[in-house]
Design a protein around this ligand. Structure first.
Ligand code: CMC
Length: 392
């Protein structure tokens, strides 16, 4: 109680204390557990970063091997869960398929739902890390009408995901190490971003003591929105549209500035970064290299670069401190990897999973945690008397 302050979008309100991720939006700094994102991107890998986020320290060799092995042992989906995919329409968007299947994990693993039992939390953590790539690959296979592949536990997490996504049961799948490394890097860059919309959703749902699967499922749904995880697909659609209309970048930027039909420059701007998003800087640096190797769409990359250049030189964007965010270049890379636009946000979810888990676990251990229950400023009618239906 006390004075209620109005803060739409929680622009100035901290919902918790956290020791997972540090962002300085003015300086363009991002660190996981104190380690600069640039160093992790260059020297670490996604499994190690997942461990770091969830357990707080970089793993030793023995710890990371144990962690990877545990994950490998849980990659299979229950055959009944596999049948779940049959029920969706062929053209179902993979994001709601992903969140539904994750929500359904609560029905299959009733032995790991207690948020205060350390062993159960550990089990649900491993199950999620292991099964989300399988679920994601099946959501893709379903959408293209191809047979599902069982996971191959001799492969690492990223390798396995790529094979289950692009492989066929009838022939061996040749893993391209450049593709593996590029996807691993993108997962590292997406792994956490403190109290963003989906992570705050995971925390809010979890604050009611809902189980980890239920909380993560809610986070996936929050990520689905075009202003959040959906932005990476929206960027590519925007670039395509500009190309179709003759590649006139200046005309498009004018449209954005005039706010015609509410058009925004997708992949630009961020609630916290008022400087170049450090993740976008890393991707931009590697985009040429990765696209060169994977054979990306040079025309779209050129449009993207020109768009960035034009926007960064324009007062509208300068005054509002709008810079490219993580999503500006990722779509181009995902596409060069062979993913359809609809899978882009699923890839974001795969990358963000360890961050969501880390936040949920941190919250459950924090004695200061209370059920999330914001207040409001009521602006509706004052008290009035009921009117009978024939008198309205
Ligand atoms: N294009 C054009 N104008 C913009 C943009 C944009 N992308 N972003 C913000 N603005 C303008 C906005 O119109 C407003 O101007 P004015 O004061 O004249 O009305 C001003 O900048 C402040 O914007 P805001 O909407 O109050 O800022 P916010 O902090 O609420 O929104 C955002 C942050 C990321 C939702 C927004 O920048 C946006 O919609 N960007 C495009 C979508 C996008 O790329 N999202 C991905 C974000 S990064 C990854 C993730 O979180 O998933």
């Amino acid at each position: 109680t006390g004075m209620v302050t109005l803060d739409p979008g929680f622009v100035n309100t901290a919902s918790c204390s956290s020791s997972i991720t540090y962002i300085d939006g003015d300086a363009g700094i991002l660190r996981y557990r104190g380690y600069p994102i640039e160093q992790l991107a260059e020297r670490s890998n996604f499994i190690e970063v997942s461990y770091l986020l969830i357990y707080g320290e970089l793993p030793t060799q023995a710890q990371v091997e144990d962690f990877s092995q545990k994950i490998s042992r849980h990659t299979l989906l229950h055959e009944d869960l596999k049948r779940f995919f049959d029920g969706f329409p062929r053209d179902a968007h993979p994001m709601p398929v992903l969140s539904s299947a994750v929500s359904a994990l609560s029905t299959f693993y009733q032995d790991s739902l207690n948020p205060f039992d350390d062993h159960q939390v550990e089990m649900s953590t491993i199950r999620l890390l292991a099964k989300l790539p399988t679920i994601a690959a099946y959501a893709y296979k379903k959408s293209v009408g191809q047979p599902f592949l069982y996971p191959d536990n001799s492969l690492g997490l990223v390798e396995n995901f790529l094979r289950m996504t692009f492989g066929f049961p009838a022939e061996p799948y040749d893993l391209d190490p450049d593709l593996v490394r590029a996807l691993d890097l993108l997962f590292i860059l997406h792994a956490d971003h403190e109290q963003n919309c989906s992570t705050s959703t995971v925390r809010l749902v979890g604050s009611s003591e809902a189980n980890l699967f239920a909380s993560i499922s809610a986070g996936i749904n929050a990520l689905f929105g075009p202003l959040h995880g959906g932005a990476n697909s929206a960027v590519l659609e925007m670039l395509e549209k500009i190309r179709q209309e003759g590649g006139d970048v200046e005309a498009f930027v004018r449209k954005v500035k005039n706010k015609e039909d509410g058009v925004r420059l997708m992949g630009f701007g961020h609630r916290v970064y008022k400087n170049y998003d450090p993740r976008a800087a890393i991707i931009k640096k590697t985009a040429d290299e990765i696209l060169g190797k994977l054979g990306g769409d040079d025309q779209l990359l050129d449009i993207a670069k020109k768009l960035e250049e034009t926007a960064l030189a324009d007062d509208y964007f300068v005054e509002r401190k709008l810079y490219p965010n993580v999503d500006f270049y990722t779509g181009l890379i995902y596409r060069a990897m062979g993913f359809p636009t609809r899978m882009f946000t699923v890839l974001f979810a795969l990358g963000r999973l360890p961050g969501w888990i880390a936040h949920w676990r941190e919250m459950m251990k924090d004695p200061a945690t209370k059920i999330g229950r914001p207040r409001q400023l009521y602006v509706g009618p004052a008290s009035r008397d009921f009117v009978a239906i024939d008198e309205r």
